[in-house]
Design a binder for this molecule. Structure first.
Ligand code: PMV
Length: 327
């Protein structure tokens, strides 16, 4: 039986996959077809407090606003809490704040479920390993497995049918010069959730068959490039992996096109600058915004080319101060 709950707060950073997760082998257990590798976004993330419900009723607050019980967000949070408290009557208040600027157009499900996992475990006094926390976060969203730490993290697909070997671990590498720029194209809601988009791609795209093996190879090569501190190799692999994922979606029937004309304009500008020697590379997720990776030296050039981009330092002071484990 669980102890508590007591009031407990936890924070988690959002993350961007350098080698993408796209496609499930088990939708119920949220098991991926391929491993993936990400970099966390330092101060951009979620802080969540779980506390006993004084009024005896489950309730959820998002960015200062108490949500109605029937909203999709509340239902997801309550269903996730049920994985911890099971059939015990332990009503909770969950107070969650996203520190990702809402205008950034980035999903907050990764940091949201990672923070909620740590907060629930802390509230119930559960002494769980980091591997188990990552596995639990997986039930909220796949990308949440990688959001429990700062820095690089790799989600191993695993081979067991019950999913007990499918979780992420942080990589020990620290790369202080590493930078990420978020180039906003459109901050409106997604055309289709990643869950639905993946399912549709796996079911209908004739190009999908080649994806899992290529993604697995990219993931291993990206990890090796990080260990070798080979930024150009890392950038080339990251960009090719993202475009390969989008190619599988565009080939789905009907096509799933998350990228907008403006996304391609950003890529054109980037590629032109690269021909002039800029070492920066792009990656895109289930939406039209473009994320650039580069090293500190390239910051002035990036700021000139993309003046509205937000620049994140994944190994900067904010990542050190937020109190989460980091490599
Ligand atoms: O786990 P989800 O539902 O957040 O899906 C993540 C899908 C991508 O962002 C496109 C890729 C990834 O690995 O984060």
């Amino acid at each position: 039986r669980l102890s508590g709950p007591v009031s407990f707060s936890a924070a988690a950073p959002s993350n961007i996959a350098l080698s993408k997760y796209w496609g499930k082998r088990d939708a119920g257990l949220n098991l991926p077809l391929n491993s993936s590798l990400s970099i966390s976004l330092a101060e951009w993330g979620t802080t969540t407090r779980v506390e006993p419900a004084g009024d005896g009723t489950d309730a959820v607050w998002l960015n200062g606003e108490r949500l109605a019980p029937e909203t999709g967000f509340t239902r997801k949070v309550v269903a996730f809490a049920d994985r911890f408290r099971r059939d015990q009557m332990l009503p909770l208040h969950v107070v969650t704040e996203n520190t990702i600027p809402t205008a950034a157009g980035l999903a907050s499900s990764a940091s949201g479920f990672a923070a909620l996992t740590r907060a629930l475990a802390g509230s119930f006094g559960l002494d769980l390993t980091e591997d188990t926390l990552s596995m639990l976060a997986r039930f909220g969203s796949g990308s949440a497995t990688r959001s429990l730490w700062h820095g690089f993290a790799r989600w191993e697909r695993g081979t067991r049918e019950d999913g007990t070997d499918s979780f992420a671990r942080p990589l020990p590498e620290v790369w202080p010069e590493f930078r990420i720029a978020i180039v906003r194209v459109d901050t409106g809601p997604k055309s289709q959730s990643s869950r639905d988009g993946m399912g549709h791609t796996v079911a209908t795209s004739p190009l999908f068959a080649g994806w899992p093996a290529q993604a697995e190879a990219d993931c291993a090569a990206i990890e090796a490039a990080i260990k070798a501190r080979d930024f150009i190799r890392l950038g080339e692999l990251t960009e090719a992996n993202a475009l390969g994922m989008h190619a599988t979606m565009i080939a789905a029937r009907p096509a799933l096109a998350y990228l907008k004309p403006e996304s391609w304009q950003v890529l054109d500008r980037l590629w032109a600058a690269r021909r002039d020697g800029l070492e920066a590379y792009a990656t895109m997720d289930a939406g039209p915004n473009v994320k650039l990776i580069f090293l500190e030296d390239s910051t002035p050039r990036i700021a000139e080319l993309f003046p509205d981009a937000a620049i994140v330092e994944p190994f900067g002071a904010a990542a050190k101060l937020s109190g989460q484990p980091r490599p």
